[in-house]
Design a protein around this ligand. Structure first.
Ligand SMILES: Cc1cc2nc3c(=O)[nH]c(=O)nc-3n(C[C@H](O)[C@H](O)[C@H](O)COP(=O)(O)OP(=O)(O)OC[C@H]3O[C@@H](n4cnc5c(N)ncnc54)[C@H](O)[C@@H]3O)c2cc1C
Length: 358
């Protein structure tokens, strides 16, 4: 069995930053990542990020992933295993992971769960036809592997993911027939929506997908208008011929390991679903388990990086590492999180966090 001070699960922006911070304070860290690439969702983000300099704003997501990986690689007390999927957490605080077709068991003094999130799907007739994709799959195909999903796409969802993926598809030469949004307003930043509209793509607010159709694969979709009570209005159907329907209706935290470990969970829709109850240092109700990033509530990579730093420092400090560094890191991280969650864009997150405490 492998033993270490801290195991970090997930090498996205949260997990990489947690590993870097804990190692910089002197703790021995084992970072486990199920993918063969580092960076989590950042590996498919070819666009430049918003935010502040402290969280790599104006850099492309793919470059932030490389920078964080290089920084983690500089610490001799960080071991990274890629292609290592953590499968289970057991009563005695041992975890198992599948790595290169064998099972390894690991016992750490502290765990930082930074597993990110999974995409939500939508129920509608024929949603299992070839050509129906999640936005993450479309981004991975296009931006990581250079493979186009099809020729003409209907995007469902106008949050930032739907808008950004639509724009990236246009850049890759794919037609975007339209973006369908059930809410009466566009969900994502208007700056992204404006770019899409300038390219001539219609955004149908208060519309939903009624069904997809096709024999062997998607040949088109019917969309229909919703009234102010979100009920479909018959007679408003529009037939849109496409070979791809891309679903971008939100993310839900990947919390299975936290449920297994018996962490107290709470349903907070503003943060994407069931999320772990934790204190300000990101310690869950199981005192040896910390969380950081989208698994603790859907936000953005900027907040995930800051949370990773905070969780890494809290875990290392609880083991006696860092001689007094924790207070300063904590103060800075909490100030950065407050700033990232300020203003109208952070209102939903602030509301969700309040529910979590209350
Ligand atoms: C289209 C799109 C555009 C975005 N644009 C921006 C933007 O402009 N600015 C911004 O700040 N944010 C943006 N984001 C959001 C940002 O990418 C995420 O919030 C961020 O990646 C979350 O980081 P994370 O480390 O929590 O999770 P992730 O990046 O999802 O990383 C989690 C990692 O954990 C691994 N993992 C999961 N389960 C296991 C397991 N059991 N064992 C081992 N490993 C596991 C996963 O493989 C993954 O690598 C965007 C997201 C998308 C999809």
């Amino acid at each position: 069995m492998i033993t270490t001070d801290i195991v970090v699960i997930g090498a996205g922006p949260a997990g990489l930053n947690a590993a870097i911070t804990a190692a910089s304070m002197g703790a021995n860290v084992l970072l486990l990542e199920r993918n063969v690439l580092e960076g989590g969702q950042l590996i498919k983000q070819t666009h430049k990020f918003f935010g502040s300099k402290a969280q790599h704003a104006a850099a492309r997501g793919i470059d932030i992933a490389k920078a964080l990986y290089q920084s983690a690689s500089q610490y001799p007390n960080v071991t990274m295993k890629f292609g290592a999927t953590v499968l289970g957490y057991y009563e005695d605080g041992v975890i198992t992971a599948e790595h290169h077709e064998s099972i390894i068991t690991i016992k750490a003094k502290k765990y930082i769960v930074a597993t990110g999130a999974a995409e939500k799907s939508l129920p509608f007739p024929n949603n299992d036809l070839p050509g129906i994709y999640g936005a993450g799959a479309v981004q991975t195909l296009t931006n990581v592997y250079g493979v186009l999903p099809g020729k003409k796409v209907l995007m469902i969802g106008s949050g930032n993911i739907g808008l950004i993926v639509s724009y990236q598809l246009l850049q890759a030469g794919v037609q975007v027939a339209g973006i369908v949004e059930a809410a009466p307003e566009i969900g994502g930043y208007l700056v992204h929506a404006a770019k899409i509209r300038r390219a001539g793509v219609p955004i149908y607010t208060s519309y939903t997908i009624k069904e997809a159709y096709g024999t062997e694969m998607v040949e088109g979709a019917l969309i229909m208008q919703l009234d102010k009570n979100w009920q479909p209005l018959s007679g408003t159907e529009i037939d849109i011929p496409v070979d791809v329907v891309c679903i971008a209706v939100g993310l839900t935290p990947l919390t299975e390991l936290l449920w297994q470990a018996g962490c107290k969970m709470k349903y907070v829709p503003q943060l994407g679903g069931h999320i772990p109850v934790r204190d300000e240092n990101l310690t869950t109700t199981v005192s040896d388990i910390y969380v950081a990033g989208d698994v603790s509530g859907i936000e953005e990579a900027s907040a995930a990086m800051v949370e990773g730093k905070l969780a890494g420092a809290a875990a290392a400090s609880s083991l006696g590492y860092g001689s007094g560094k924790f207070a300063e890191i904590r103060r800075e991280a909490l100030a950065q999180l407050a700033e990232l969650r300020s203003g109208p864009a952070g209102a939903k997150i602030r509301k969700g966090l309040k529910l979590l405490v209350g």
